[in-house]
Every structure is written in C-alpha cells, then in structure tokens.
Design a protein around this ligand. Structure first.
Ligand code: THU
Length: 130
C-alpha cells in the first residue's frame, strides 16, 4: 500500500474532537515496513499528540529507528507541514535528505526534505566539547 493510502486511512481514525483537524502520517523504513499515526487530542489540550509522534512511536515500538520517507495529510487549504516539534522528532530518525511529502485531502502535494523543514537542526554533535 502506498504511503498516501496508508496516511489517508489512518487519518480517518484521528481523535480530534477539539480542533476537528484530523491529521494522518505514514512513514517507511529501510526494511520497507510502513508505520502510521494520527493525532490524538485530549481535553487538557497540551496533552494531545501529533500524528507524526504517533507514527514514530509505532515505528520504535516495532523495533525500527530509521525513517526513509514520510507523508503527512490533512484537510487543509495548502499542503500541511509538520509542526516545529514534529520536525525535530522526524530529524531524530531521518537523514537530512529524506523526503517529506505534505498533502491535502483534495490532492495538493508538496515535497520537502528534512533539511529544508528544519534548517539548523539541533543534533547530538551540539552537546560535544572537543
Ligand atoms: N497536528 C498534527 O497532528 N501534526 C502536525 O504536524 C500539525 C498539527 C494536529 C495537532 C492537533 O491535534 C491538530 O492537528 C490541530 O493543531
């Protein structure tokens, strides 16, 4: 199944009673496995989690830690970009040249790389002193 199909399907299962903004994410790993996630909101609003976080948690729970491709979809006027925190979460597991496809439910698409989404990413190297 394509990332677009997987993300479209999981988006339907998003729990977003407060924003009414459902987001679906599908990511592929080098093994070819696809992991999906949707946003899960909470009445205590800051406790809600993004679709990207869900897909990454599913990947890690399945024993994988490398993202080779990601796709995000929402019913948005323009292709929906991952929020700032999710850009950092994606960058934890994806190389700088990994493709992130931003989609709308009505078929608009935009492709960016992890580097383009998060220039100046904080990495473990920033914690090293030589
Ligand atoms: N949301 C995501 O799931 N991913 C993003 O990258 C952008 C925002 C969710 C969080 C919240 O449930 C809803 O969209 C509105 O912000």
């Amino acid at each position: 199944m394509s990332l677009l199909q997987s993300a479209t399907e999981v988006r339907e299962r998003a729990y977003a009673p407060y924003s009414r903004f459902k987001v679906g994410v599908a990511l592929r790993t080098p093994s070819g496995a696809v992991h999906v996630g949707c946003n899960v909101e909470n009445v205590a609003y800051p406790e809600g989690t993004c679709a990207e976080a869900g897909a990454i948690a599913a990947m890690v729970a399945a024993g994988e830690t490398v993202i080779s491709e990601v796709l995000v979809i929402a019913d948005s006027p323009d292709p929906v970009p991952p929020c700032g925190g999710c850009r950092q979460k994606i960058a934890e597991f994806a190389a700088q040249d990994v493709k992130v496809t931003l989609c709308t439910t009505d078929g608009k698409e935009m492709v960016m790389t992890v580097a383009e989404l998060l220039p100046g990413v904080f990495t473990a190297a920033h914690m090293e002193r030589t």
